[in-house]
Design a protein around this ligand. Structure first.
Ligand code: TMP
Length: 210
């Protein structure tokens, strides 16, 4: 038996993280661990409405408005989905979480990190993931992947300097939280990436055997 796990997946746009969410879920299933996958912003009915506004509005948003909407979506996801799943024998794999707000709004939009910490403390519950994967890739590769999308959303349309700051944010977060955050370079082959994912998942699973 295992404790229900809360795993998050993050990284700059174009780092390829979404590909790995399915793999993580399948690997957990192969170990007898049921999980659900969720995404941020969004993942709950109300959160998806917020996501639509955040990614597709043509209005120029103040950076604090953007930050608060990310957290509004997150609170709904916690209340509606994450906490009920964890209390109901499911592990949770979330495509983005708090680290994204620190990297994108903190480092990318240059909002004071102390202000972001205050908002984090408002979350109920203020849940820290058991494990976070941050997928990292060269900015040029990330940009090529984004450009191959037919449509770029409001955040994907940001310039290279913005993404450089976001990437630096993720790397700093990983450096400061080595136990929880595992930085994985996705410039290598998908098999190399999956091998790393398995290594960290196995460590987590062994630590959480009941
Ligand atoms: P996605 O495309 O990976 O679903 O993420 C949506 C976008 O939202 C992506 O550009 C990152 C951004 N984002 C933030 O800026 N702050 C946040 O807190 C979250 C969760 C996402």
């Amino acid at each position: 038996m295992y404790k229900n796990l809360f795993i998050t997946v993050d990284g700059i746009d174009g780092a390829g993280k979404s590909t790995h969410v399915d793999f993580i879920q399948r690997y957990l299933a192969s170990k007898g661990i049921n999980s659900i996958t969720l995404r941020e912003p969004g993942g709950s009915d109300f959160g998806e409405q917020i996501r639509n506004l955040l990614l597709h509005t043509e209005v120029k948003l103040h950076s604090i408005t953007e930050l608060l909407l990310m957290f509004a979506s997150r609170q709904e996801l916690l209340t509606q989905k994450i906490v009920p799943a964890l209390n109901n024998a499911h592990s949770v794999i979330c495509d983005r979480y708090i680290d994204a707000s620190i990297a994108y709004q903190g480092y990318g939009r240059e909002i004071d990190l102390v202000k972001i910490d205050k908002i984090i403390s408002l979350l109920e519950p203020n849940l820290t993931p058991d494990l976070t994967f941050v997928f990292d890739v060269d900015l040029d590769v990330a940009q090529q992947r984004i450009c191959s999308n037919k449509y770029k959303d409001r955040i994907e349309r940001e310039n290279q300097l913005f993404f450089k700051r976001v990437q630096n944010g993720y790397r700093t977060l990983a450096y400061n939280n080595p136990e929880r955050i595992k930085l994985i370079d996705t410039n290598n082959s998908i098999l190399d990436t999956q091998a790393k994912i398995i290594e960290y998942l196995d460590q987590l699973i062994n630590l959480n055997k009941k």
